[in-house]
Design a protein around this ligand. Structure first.
Ligand SMILES: O=C(CO)COP(=O)(O)O
Length: 157
């Protein structure tokens, strides 16, 4: 079995104003809207991005400013994952549906893998999202460890 891991860790600092991704599967969209309405004042202080339909609902129903990417099944999860790998996303709030199989399940899995790999804070439901948004780290800069991408590449060249 190939158990290659990044040989070293590097540091990354999340800014005080966070870049937050908001995603919900169809069966969880109403839960996401209820949750976002409760946290609207807090969310407005940060930069929001979402997959197409989730972002559209948050904009039209709550008036939140959210950058809309592709809809999930059309590649939106992958776009969010790319931002994680490029270190331009700080928090992931993803209400994925534990009851409904998704046609783009490999994309969902890939996104969750990248979030775990890059040490990005993730909430998968309303309670965990409450804890994330009430954290003192939300509005302060925060240092975290990430894989050292240069050391990884150099060890393999
Ligand atoms: O499918 C999704 C995430 O996997 C969400 O996509 P939408 O926000 O476009 O519904």
């Amino acid at each position: 079995m190939n158990d290659a891991r990044p040989p070293r860790q590097a540091q990354r600092t999340l800014p005080a104003q966070k870049r937050i991704a908001l995603i919900a599967h169809d069966g969880k969209k109403s839960e996401m809207l209820e949750w976002a309405e409760r946290w609207q004042e807090t969310l407005q202080k940060h930069r929001l991005v979402g997959t197409g339909t989730t972002a559209g609902r948050l904009k039209s129903q709550l008036g939140l400013e959210v950058e809309g990417l592709m809809s999930g099944p059309l590649g939106g999860d992958q776009q969010i994952g790319a931002r994680i790998a490029e270190q331009t996303l700080d928090i992931l709030v993803f209400f994925w549906d534990p009851f409904a199989p998704q046609p783009h399940d490999p994309d969902v899995k890939a996104l969750l893998r990248l979030a775990a790999l890059w040490n990005v804070p993730v909430a998968c439901n309303a309670a965990s999202a409450d804890f994330l948004l009430s954290s003192p780290y939300l509005s302060a800069s925060y240092d975290l460890s990430i894989p050292d991408a240069n050391a990884w590449a150099n060890a393999r060249i």
